[in-house]
Design a protein around this ligand. Structure first.
Ligand code: OSB
Ligand code: MG
Length: 373
């Protein structure tokens, strides 16, 4: 594939409402978008690194620098014939997986168009619809939290995930379970608990949660395996799983029984597929996580979620939950059955609104491939 130019942009987009987790509150997103031109086509990628290094050690600013200094030159000179070649092209750069994923995914996005097939098909997906859940942030009040759950249950979402932290857990689960005894419910602590909290975490059992996501340290397998031994409820790992080897270690050690796959966190579609396959071969179900993406990342998450072992509802939800106006056309919508239809047309299946992106852009850097040769 002949790459002609790679453009990095930062866009700013306010969320329709603040999103609070155990590690902080996000109100305005700063998002790095990647645009790759080649073969008369344009591939898009979204970097999911946050504004602060709170979820991961990457930020939009580290991704910007490492992309410009290392990854973009490597890719422009690397002549990828396939998205799956990107990990090899980037292999000299340690870490920076979210930065790598934005570029790699833009290559897959372009490749699907070149081949004239759907991105989901290129990835090996088989689902025509994907089951959807929502991640509900920590709310200022319990009444507010219940109102949010009510809204999403009524919208038809198949699984409700509650963000939690010490002091915002049992009381909330109790209130939600009293009102909705049978919904598929889970929680996500984003590493807010410690081994001293083990008896407290065992108390979560009575709420019949589908899973407890990332209760302990973001870099741990060992203590999660000790905790999993004490729990009938499945642990799901998010932050801890950086690649296929991590997935194998976690499965082997029984640190979790479910895996959340985010393509940014694992470095792009190639590694996401590798994690998916490793989990599938070992009977571990996966689901697709979300990182407050715009429509570009959302479209990519939909395509990824069409793979067979994405059998649990993911955090891939409607554009309007996050954005007044999304940067793709049509926006992502979810049916009253809580499903998204996987586009079957060529490429990602959602047009990128380049005029709107141009208006939202606060910095832009174009690198012509010729200048790099
Ligand atoms: O841990 O899953 C997470 C958002 C930002 C950072 C981490 C997480 C999340 C979410 C939001 O839960 C999921 C979504 O995009 O809808
Ligand atoms: Mg999570």
């Amino acid at each position: 594939m002949k790459i002609e130019a790679i453009t990095l942009r930062e866009i700013r987009m306010p969320l329709v409402k603040p999103f609070q987790t155990s590690f902080g509150t996000t109100t305005d997103r700063r998002i790095l978008l990647v645009e790759i031109k080649g073969e008369g086509l344009t591939g898009w990628g979204e970097c999911v690194a946050g504004e602060h290094p709170y979820f991961s050690d990457e930020t939009i600013d580290t991704a910007w620098i490492v992309s410009l200094q290392e990854l973009v030159p490597a890719l422009a000179n690397g002549d990828p014939e396939h998205g799956g070649k990107c990990p090899t092209i980037f292999r000299q750069v340690r870490g920076h997986r979210m930065a790598k994923a934005a570029l790699e995914n833009a290559v897959w996005d372009l490749e699907a168009q070149m081949r004239g097939i759907a991105l989901s098909e290129l990835l090996g997906g088989i689902r025509e619809t994907i089951p959807c859940g929502v991640s509900i942030g920590i709310q200022p009040t319990l009444e507010g939290q219940l109102a949010e759950v009510e809204r999403e249950v009524e919208a038809g979402y198949q699984r409700i995930k509650l963000k939690c932290k010490p002091g915002w857990d049992i009381r909330v689960f109790e209130a939600v379970r009293n009102r909705w005894p049978d919904i598929m419910l889970s929680c996500d602590a984003n590493s807010a608990y410690r081994m001293n909290d083990i008896e407290h975490l065992v108390d979560f059992e009575k709420f019949n949660l589908l899973m407890i996501e990332q209760p302990l340290w973001s870099d741990d397998f060992y203590f999660h395996s000790l905790l999993q031994k004490r729990l009938k409820t499945a642990i799901c790992l998010d932050e801890s799983i950086r690649n296929r080897r991590d997935a194998l270690a976690a499965i082997e050690m029984e640190s979790c029984r479910i895996i959340n796959i985010k393509n940014g966190r694992v470095g792009g579609f190639s590694e996401a597929i590798a994690v998916h396959n490793a989990a599938q071969e070992r009977g571990i179900p996966v689901w697709c996580g979300g990182m407050l993406e715009t429509g570009i990342g959302r479209a990519h998450n939909i395509a990824l979620s069409s793979l067979e072992n994405f059998s649990l509802p993911g955090d891939v939800s409607a554009s309007k939950r996050y954005w007044k106006e999304d940067i793709i056309e049509p926006e992502v919508t979810v049916s009253t059955e809580g499903e998204i239809t996987v586009p079957q047309g060529v490429g990602r299946g959602f047009e990128v609104r380049e005029d709107l992106i141009e208006k939202l852009t606060v910095r832009k850097e174009e690198v012509r491939a010729l200048a790099l040769a």
